[in-house]
Design a protein. Sequence first.
Length: 177
Amino acid sequence: MADKGNIYLIGPMGVGKTAVGKQLALKLGLEFFDADAEIARRTGVDIAYIFEKEGEAGFREREKNMIAELSALGRSVIATGGGAILDSGTRARLAATGTVIYLRTSIDEQVRRTAQTRKRPLLNTANPRAVLERLRAEREPLYDETADIRFDTTGHRVARVAAAIQKLLEERRALQK
């Protein structure tokens, strides 16, 4: 198990945080939570609706509160939303309460993986690639600064990524003993 309790998966949309998180939690015998899915479940509406009614700022406040609540549970794998790291308090909370894994992939792969859904409010635009490139430029330094482990998911199947991360976590734990 990881050194600080929780395992957080951070990174932009389309890198596989939810799919990898579910597999990793199974492998480690931990509970899995997707912060966005928890927000949607508890509010009874999807993220796009929250963006529409409350704007990005309203959603980010809900996201910050949800991550604070989930982080307090301990011994969980938690997939954060792509923008969760924008809040400095959330970044500090992640670092203090778990091991942070930054999943990344190529822009081409992000475009491919996100093309079939309208549930990504930031991509409901004529040029999703430009949005993904802009978000990467803005957020990548924060992902990198927050991460304990970095893993590129480009071209890898979910099971392979989860197994590789499990091995990295075990190696990290062994080094810390």
